[in-house]
Design a protein around this ligand. Structure first.
Ligand SMILES: NC(=O)c1ccc[n+]([C@@H]2O[C@H](COP(=O)([O-])OP(=O)(O)OC[C@H]3O[C@@H](n4cnc5c(N)ncnc54)[C@H](OP(=O)(O)O)[C@@H]3O)[C@@H](O)[C@H]2O)c1
Length: 342
């Protein structure tokens, strides 16, 4: 274990990486900037005093070892994670430090659980994939909504985004995922991932205020279908997306997010409505906030903070809902995310 406060960020100069670096600094951590482009790293390092830039590439294990040397944890923000997750996890295991990533890729999340569960458990290591808006927040909300239930019939996470202007990383990641599933769509039903050739249904989802009932693309499947079933006994986990946001993220000419405030956030707002159903009874948790990329930073950094201070309930490859006290974690996200637990 290295310096208690030093946290490596791989992909530090990406859109999400920058939010994570800034948030680490706000929380008193010392971000160690890592990534494959030395020039972009240097530019970011020059933006604030005391930032250490360490060029590293996913294909060069020695460079990753140098990037992680002396750090207490690593947050991987470099996607597509199909390429970066495994090499950075290997480096974290060699360094003996926890690994957190922000993948939104279903297949990358599946691979991390499949490929590292046994080794991580044997080593007592902590590996948390998808500790982000997609994957982490939904899992925390579903886990909190479950309360004392140990099983449910179905879970739904409806994403009410006011807009979705994707970054280059989101587009690259979507492309890789599409290729990996041969152009088919994916959903989680009857306790397993299912590849399908039919079109996603359009549904009406009863969002709470301020959205209200609204059309969504049903089974617009996110990495929550990896994190939630990894620890909760729920055979059907479905995620839905407001039609306008789904249309925007898929359109080739939608611009990247525009900065609209001093924190670098866009004007995008979100409402995440998480619902579990058992024997006809529903339980719900709702989160509201601004900018899905910006809000990923407090999620990932709070996770690292809790791991480093021992506020955890699991080791091995694990999801947010399993390793953390979900209601307590969600409340700690204020003022970045406001949460209603019903
Ligand atoms: N789950 C979620 O809710 C969530 C939230 C936010 C972001 N994400 C994911 O995080 C990733 C980054 O998103 P972003 O918005 O930050 O995109 P971005 O601004 O385009 O940044 C992508 C970053 O990844 C780096 N990168 C890409 N491929 C790499 C490779 N093979 N080796 C090393 N570095 C590599 C890029 O470096 P170069 O500039 O050198 O290419 C850049 O630093 C995406 O996969 C996105 O889906 C997920």
């Amino acid at each position: 274990m290295g310096s208690e406060r030093a946290v490596a960020v791989f992909g530090a100069y990406g859109h999400t990486g920058r939010f994570v670096v800034a948030h680490l600094r706000e929380r008193g951590f010392i971000p160690v900037l890592a990534g494959r482009d030395p020039g972009k790293l240097q530019t970011l390092a020059a933006s604030a005093p005391g930032l250490d830039a360490r060029p590293a590439s996913a294909g060069d294990p020695d460079s990753l070892d140098r990037a992680l040397a002396g750090t207490a944890a690593v947050i991987n923000c470099a996607g597509p994670f199909a390429t970066t997750a495994a090499p950075v996890i290997e480096a974290a295991l060699r360094a003996g430090i926890p690994y957190v990533d922000v993948t939104g890729e279903i297949e990358s999340g599946v691979d991390t659980f499949a490929d590292f569960t046994d080794r991580a458990r044997a080593a007592g290591a902590v590996i948390v994939p998808a500790m982000a808006f997609y994957g982490g927040l939904g899992d925390l909300l579903i886990t909190a909504a479950m309360g004392d239930w140990t099983a449910a019939d179905e879970a739904h996470i409806a994403y009410g985004l006011s807009s979705w202007h994707p970054t280059a990383g989101t587009r690259a990641t979507s492309k890789v995922s599409r290729q990996r599933r041969g152009g088919r769509r994916i959903r989680y039903a009857d306790g397993q991932l299912e590849y399908r050739d039919d079109a996603s249904p359009t549904l009406h989802w009863p969002f709470p205020d301020p959205i209200g009932p609204h059309a969504v693309i049903g089974e617009f499947t996110t990495v929550d279908v990896v994190t939630v079933p990894s620890h909760l006994s729920i055979p059907h986990v479905h995620t839905h997306m407001t039609v306008e946001a789904a249309r925007e993220v898929l359109a080739p000419d939608t611009p990247t997010p525009a900065v609209t405030d001093a924190h670098g956030r866009s004007a995008q707002t979100f409402l995440v409505d998480a619902l579990v159903r058992r024997d006809g009874t529903e339980r719900r948790a709702v989160a509201r906030g601004r900018d899905i990329y910006a809000v990923t930073a407090p999620l990932a950094v709070e996770a690292v903070h809790r791991i480093l201070t021992g506020r955890t309930r699991a080791t091995g490859v694990t999801s947010a809902g399993k390793i953390f006290d979900a209601p307590d974690f969600l409340h700690a996200l204020s003022p970045h995310i406001s949460v209603d637990l019903h």
